[in-house]
Design a protein around this ligand. Structure first.
Ligand code: F0G
Length: 359
């Protein structure tokens, strides 16, 4: 088995997943993403602290969605589905479109018009999905998709589909396998709340099988203008520049609050200004380009550091913090260009260039 070449999360974690010999495996070799040590952030937290970045943007379609989508589409094929459908702030649609393309089945996506990043839209389109942009937000799109998939023979592949959560939990397994145990803290963005539900499930399963000793404290962050869980009520018109998590009524609300409460963690919020500062810092100091929603993890980390949340370890043991970077920065190049000054236009003259760069 260990001699086998890596072929995605279903092959790697088969015994933890609801698959059988009959399940066709639709894979793009997702998973196995790097967990990078973040030196700058570790020093900011303090002595005896290690911060790691789980770079989920390195999945085949550039986000964590591929872990859940490989299983959701494989199971849909096992059940002989001919079409799948999702509502999306962008990444789910990119992933669904790609996996449906490999499977040779139809993919339909509803997106909030004008509110998804260009990279994600281009992916859904190029993979051949039927993309419909509605004049409404993600929450409206999701309720429409729920109705349509109940009425017609189309499989829903949003995270309400339990196979999505099952697939996504494999990221926790990878973190435990790499670190030799679960981290002390895990920080992640929260939108529709499927991912925090999935990670918590993964950590619990690994611990119950004695493959890890501890459980992490789960720390989730929403964007301030889209923070229904923090405010304890749905938000009718969610707003944030982190369009991936521009969600006012998360489908897995209870999964998120259970993860928070059972782990002794918290779900808090960060402003767009804090998200953008973290986004820039991550790229400039750690060399990692993640999309704005992912930078909510880092903005959350910085907020907690400021509050003195991470007390130095007294037991001569390192505190390990894992921040989940859910999507690649290239998903939303427009945001990067808006955040930084555009390049200076120069004459093609050697002397002027040399002077400009300070030599
Ligand atoms: N980060 C990114 C990059 C996302 O695309 C999403 C969700 C999240 C975080 C939040 O994860 O919803 O499981 O809490 N994107 C969905 C989509 C909603 O349609 O692509 P969550």
């Amino acid at each position: 088995m260990s001699e086998q070449k890596y072929k995605g999360i279903i092959q790697k974690y088969r015994r933890f997943l609801p698959v059988s010999e009959e399940t066709p495996v639709i894979t793009l070799n997702e998973g196995n993403t790097p967990l990078i040590y973040a030196g700058y952030l570790s020093r900011l937290v303090g002595k005896n602290c290690e911060v790691y970045l789980k770079c989920e943007g390195l999945n085949p379609t550039g986000s964590f969605k591929d872990r859940g989508m490989t299983l959701a589409i494989s199971k849909a094929c096992e059940e002989k589905a001919t079409a799948v459908m999702c509502a999306s702030t962008g990444n789910t649609s990119a992933s669904a479109a790609a996996y449906a393309a490999v499977a040779g089945i139809k993919c339909i996506v509803l997106i909030p018009s004008g509110a998804i990043a260009l990279g994600k839209l281009s992916q859904a389109l190029i993979h051949g999905a039927k993309v419909l942009a509605i004049k409404g937000n993600f929450d409206t799109a999701l309720s429409m998709v729920k109705e349509i998939t109940q009425a017609f023979p189309i499989t829903l592949v949003n995270s309400l589909n339990p196979y999505r959560i099952q697939g996504q939990k494999t990221a926790s397994f990878e973190i435990c396998d790499y670190l030799g145990d679960a981290p002390d803290f895990q920080i992640m963005p929260v939108g529709n709340a499927g991912n925090i539900t999935a990670y918590w499930k993964g950590y619990q399963e690994y611990q119950s099988q004695a493959l890890s000793k501890k459980l992490p404290v789960m720390l989730g962050f929403q964007a301030q203008g889209s923070a229904p869980i923090v405010r304890n009520k749905p938000i009718l018109n969610p707003e944030t520049i982190a369009t991936a998590i521009r969600i006012g009524n998360p489908a897995s609300w209870k999964g998120a609050t259970d993860a928070r409460d059972e782990s002794g963690g918290l779900i808090d919020m960060v402003s767009d200004t804090q998200i953008l500062a973290a986004y820039k810092m991550l790229a400039e100091k750690e060399g990692v380009f993640a999309e704005p929603a992912s930078a909510a993890s880092i903005a959350g980390l910085l907020k907690l550091i400021k509050k003195g949340y991470f007390t130095p370890s007294t037991k001569h043991r390192k505190i390990r913090i894992v921040c989940i970077l859910t999507g690649h920065g290239l998903k939303d190049p427009e945001r990067a260009i808006k955040t930084i000054k555009p390049p200076k236009l120069m004459r093609a003259d050697l002397k002027t260039i040399i002077k400009e760069i300070g030599y």
